[in-house]
Design a protein around this ligand. Structure first.
Ligand code: FAD
Length: 431
């Protein structure tokens, strides 16, 4: 048993059902919890966009604040830093005389490089905690993951089981940790984005908020029972679960959602809708496993396919799209919603992505990068996995995934309410 260890929180900002944390607390006598706001998250990407925009920064700060509060209830102070994770962990390791660090396993390039850099001087124990199905439990080697979602889904549904939840700690042994202050938006050179009254929801980060949202969507309103019928909606808080930002930051685990659905099915009702939310969580898993199988290819222009069509890297067209100035009012409305709120429905995302790639002929990576900046639920695997899918260089077996955005608008915004809600907006994003 290690005497002392560090627990490095990443995209797992919760105490409940956290396998990495559970292991650290079982294996070490004293655990030092730490979170690092790593500078590179606010760097510019290859296309000149700051990776983490203000909506994401705000949600992250709220999520960390909630974690800090929950830890204080156990009498422990979350150690907070802004800077370079490798340096912070090394310094902490010398200060507290331990070389053991626990955390959650990530599977994308930048996160993986960071893990390697840490492992050069410290002993890193990483656990899987992000997916519904543990990667070891899926009935195939990751290299044999089917490239078609349905084949994957049928196999996991038949042969894999979702693990039981890990209980949240009730005690925490550590001493001598100073209280730390949370950074502010200004520390990241950003200002608090004001809440647009048209936003689908006033999203607030944190595990407590995630639980409250689940309670609302399942038990208070029973919206889970009609999810399959409403999930293609565009306006309002309850057409879909809105769990994605909390899932992306790990404020809630997909297993917590899964087992709550099972409870709901046992106590209230089980129908196509209750199943469909699980179905969507399997999509989320799938994109993570695709990233594991193909390493950094989800970020390549040609995706997981060998060849890519000729796309333009046209910043002028990108700006028209991003600022809602295209010929298509449905696309414009969705892009304005994204820029003003940090969120967009799944229906909207599919349409605007298709429009950028297939109508404007712009390289999908520019769109993905803009989403990365804005989306409060940004997750590399889901974002890039969906983008390559729509662009035709991912896991879609159909050769051309072009959406007819006019028909889509007629179908999903029949009376034009959504388009008029987001009309006449003048946006200047300075792209
Ligand atoms: C181009 C594009 C980019 C996207 N980028 C992201 C992203 O960065 N982060 C992200 O979480 N989702 C992304 N999605 C997927 C999806 O649009 C969002 O997960 C969903 O709109 C979130 O709203 P919700 O939580 O109400 O979803 P619900 O409909 O209530 O679904 C429940 C949960 O299932 C998962 N889910 C649903 N659909 C998908 C999907 N297509 N792919 C992966 N997971 C899914 C999400 O975790 C979601 O919270 C993207 C989709 C597209 C087309």
């Amino acid at each position: 048993m290690a005497k002392k260890a560090i627990y490095w929180f990443r995209n797992d900002l919760r105490l409940n059902d956290n396998p990495g944390l559970d292991r650290a607390l079982r294996e070490a006598e004293e655990v030092i919890p730490v979170f690092v706001f790593d500078d590179w998250w606010w760097d510019q990407d290859n296309w000149g966009l700051v990776k983490t925009g203000p909506f994401r920064t705000k949600f992250l700060l709220e999520s960390v604040a909630d974690l800090q509060t929950e830890l204080r209830k156990l009498g422990v102070e979350l150690q907070l830093f802004k800077g370079d994770t490798v340096k912070v962990l090394k310094d902490l390791s010398s200060k507290h005389q331990t070389k053991t660090v626990y955390g959650q396993q990530e599977h994308t390039q930048e996160e993986f490089e960071l893990e390697q850099a840490i492992a050069e001087s410290l002993t890193l124990h990483l656990e899987e905690g992000f997916t519904l199905y543990h990667p070891e439990d899926i009935p195939m080697d990751i290299q044999d993951l089917p490239d078609i979602f349905t084949q994957f889904r049928k196999k996991v549904e038949k042969y894999a089981k979702v693990r039981e939840l890990k209980a949240a700690p009730t005690t925490w042994n550590t001493s001598g940790l100073d209280a730390c202050e949370l950074p502010t938006m200004a520390d990241f050179g950003q200002t608090d984005p004001s809440l647009d009254p048209r936003a689908v929801l006033e999203f607030k980060g944190g595990a407590s908020e995630a639980k409250a949202r689940m309670d609302h969507y399942f038990w208070k309103t029973k919206k889970l029972s009609v999810y399959k019928k409403t999930r293609n909606g565009l306006i309002g808080a309850d057409y879909s679960s809105k769990f994605s930002p909390w899932l992306a930051n790990g404020c809630i685990s997909p297993r917590e959602i899964y087992w709550e659905i099972k409870k709901y099915e046992a106590q209230y009702e089980s129908n196509e809708s209750t199943y469909w939310l699980i179905f969507e969580l399997i999509w989320r898993d799938y994109f993570r496993f695709v990233a594991m199988k193909y390493d950094d290819r989800i970020f390549w222009k040609a995706g997981i396919k060998g060849r890519a069509p000729k796309w333009r890297k046209d910043k002028r067209l990108l700006a028209q799209w991003a600022e809602g100035r295209t010929q298509d009012e449905f696309v414009n409305a969705n892009m304005r919603e994204l820029a003003k709120t940090g969120f967009m429905s799944n229906r909207g995302r599919q349409n605007v992505a298709s429009y950028l790639v297939h109508d404007l002929g712009v390289d999908w990576r520019l769109g993905a990068s803009l989403f990365e900046h804005f989306l409060i639920d940004y997750d590399p695997c889901s974002n890039y996995g969906n983008w390559i899918y729509v662009a035709g260089v991912g896991n879609d077996p159909r050769p051309n995934r072009k959406f007819n955005t006019q028909l889509q608008a007629d179908r999903y915004d029949t009376n034009g309410k959504y388009r008029s809600r987001w009309s006449n907006e003048v946006l200047e994003l300075n792209l």
